[in-house]
Design a protein around this ligand. Structure first.
Ligand code: NAD
Length: 490
């Protein structure tokens, strides 16, 4: 039996100017638990009118010099973010469970990885609030010249469904620390944790309009925000196709844009690697988060000399990894986020077979207890050529494409022959080879003898069509501020 639901899920509303309101026209959409196929609740679906209401609210909160937000000191903004972190931490079991119910990810991941990281991100940027500053540029005897680093204004934070709260915190943390106001658009598959955190933000004392939350379809709520002249910046995480559309639509009003997009990251294993560690790394690289991870190590490049042994060990490990009830603390592979996403992944599995790749593990949908959940076996294709569809396109599911290579040069070439450049990894015991290949790889993050490790202080973002701009670290703050140069003639 799937574990009973403990979190109470009330119907979701929009958060506009500190009030929970229905969408105009009363429109709602169903949000579904992918582990059971059951409707969890209905959520208000923001329309163009609601976008306009939210933008007016966020503008008022940002533009009013006598409003609570503008009168707040940087230290008080920091304390407010810290209180948000404390409240999330106090309610961590409940919020983690909501995330798991809505997304299908194992509770182990929500409770012990996503949510603690969200807390850490808010605390990290709470500390930054008092440290954002310009420079004095002392170059002329007859002038006092300096820069002011100012908030941008109204930020639209558009977030995907794979790490609903975590990726929102990467945007809200720096945006709020720098003094912006935010309209948060969660993905319609996974709005519920945003709405619960919205309640906690009100409890923490967030002034009305500083954070508005607009669940709803991307084509309406998302695009409405991107086109709205009252929005100053769009911080977008999602697919490359939608990212291109965001960029085009933002051009008319010359909005600031940062894009965190898709990936097809190479995980490269050299013959001199510690194979025990590399097998584990190849497995978590693709199967953590059900492979619905932008930086997933979805292309496994293995040096030919060790290929057979390595694949043998990886397949053996993979056969032991069974999809399970996401609410069971022992589960390490949860439910695919939706029926639609499962169908997309299954279509890629069929494409892999049709292109002549060898299916060596998984490949089938699984039913737990005869239910309607979206479960899929962890899947590995071997003998893949880099030109195949399953090696070039982001599948966004637990499907690995293994590609053999002859030497380091060829590995780097194969790794870079892709439109994406989000992340990469190399496994080797030779430091020189590691550094050489790190330089060759066109990727925003490169792990050596590790995979999927992140730190709140370390910037994250893409090369090539994986996007531009960096989240996390001090660098993120630059994307939420304008620089004003001041010249005072003496
Ligand atoms: P998506 O692009 O379909 O949607 C992302 C968000 O954009 C959602 O909130 C959606 O409602 C909204 N949206 C959809 N159409 C829109 C439009 N026309 N205008 C404005 N907003 C719109 O992506 P998804 O399926 O939710 O997420 C999966 C994708 O996200 C994958 O490609 C993955 O690689 C990427 N991703 C990237 C990173 C990163 O940091 N680079 C992290 C996580 C996910």
């Amino acid at each position: 039996m799937l574990a009973a639901t403990r979190a109470k899920i009330a119907p979701g509303k929009l958060l506009i100017h500190g009030e929970w309101v229905e969408a105009s026209g009363g429109r709602t959409f169903d949000t579904i638990n992918p582990a059971t196929g059951e409707v969890l609740t209905q959520v208000a679906s923001a329309t163009a009118d609601d976008v306009d209401r939210a933008v007016r609210s966020a503008r008022r909160a940002f533009d009013d010099p006598n409003g609570a937000w503008q009168k707040m000191t940087a230290a008080d903004r920091g304390k407010l973010l810290w209180r948000v972190a404390d409240l999330i931490e106090r309610n961590i079991d409940e919020v983690a469970e909501i995330e798991t119910l809505d997304n299908g990810k194992p509770i182990f991941e929500s409770r012990y990885v996503d949510l603690p990281t969200v807390v850490e991100v808010f605390r990290y940027y709470a500390g930054w609030a008092t440290k954002i500053c310009g420079d004095t540029i002392n170059s002329r005897p007859n002038a006092f010249t300096y820069t002011l680093r100012e908030p941008l204004g109204v930020v639209a934070a558009i977030v995907p469904w794979n790490f609903p709260l975590l990726l929102a915190s990467w945007k809200l943390g720096p945006a709020l620390a720098a003094g912006n106001t935010v309209i948060w658009k969660p993905a319609s598959q996974t709005s519920l944790s945003a709405l619960r955190v919205g309640e906690l933000m009100i409890e923490a004392g967030m002034p009305p309009g500083v954070v508005n939350i607009l669940p709803g379809p991307g084509a309406e709520a998302g695009m409405g925000l991107v086109k709205h002249p009252g929005v100053d910046k769009v911080a977008f995480t999602g697919s490359t196709a939608v990212g291109k559309e965001v960029m085009r639509n933002a051009a008319d009003t010359v909005k600031r844009v940062t894009l965190e997009l898709g990936g097809k990251s190479p995980n490269i294993v050299l013959a001199d690697a510690n194979l025990d560690e590399a097998v584990k790394g190849a497995s978590t690289g693709i199967f953590y988060g059900k492979g619905e991870v932008c930086a997933a190590g979805s292309r496994l490049l293995v040096e030919r000399k060790i290929h057979d042994e390595f694949l043998g060990r990886l397949v053996e490990r993979t056969r032991k990894l069974k999809p399970g009830d996401p609410l069971d603390p022992k589960t390490r592979l949860g439910a695919i986020v939706s029926e639609q996403q499962l169908n997309t992944v299954m279509a890629y599995i069929e494409a892999g077979k049709a292109e002549g790749a060898q299916l060596v593990a998984g490949g089938n949908r699984v039913s737990l207890d005869g239910g309607k959940g979206c479960f899929l076996e962890p899947t590995i294709f071997d003998g893949v050529s880099n030109h195949m569809k399953i090696a070039q396109e982001e599948i966004f599911g637990p499907v690995l494409a293994a590609i053999p290579f002859e030497d380091v040069e060829q590995a780097a070439d194969i790794a870079n022959q892709n439109i994406y450049g989000l992340a990469a990894a190399v496994w080797t015991s030779d430091v020189k080879k590691a550094h050489a290949i790190v330089k060759r790889l066109k990727a925003g993050t490169v792990w050596v003898n590790a995979y999927n490790l992140y730190d709140v202080a370390l910037p994250f973002g893409g090369y090539k069509q994986s996007g531009f701009g960096r989240e996390l670290g001090a660098q993120a703050l630059e994307h939420y501020t304008e620089l004003k140069s001041v010249w005072m003639q003496l």
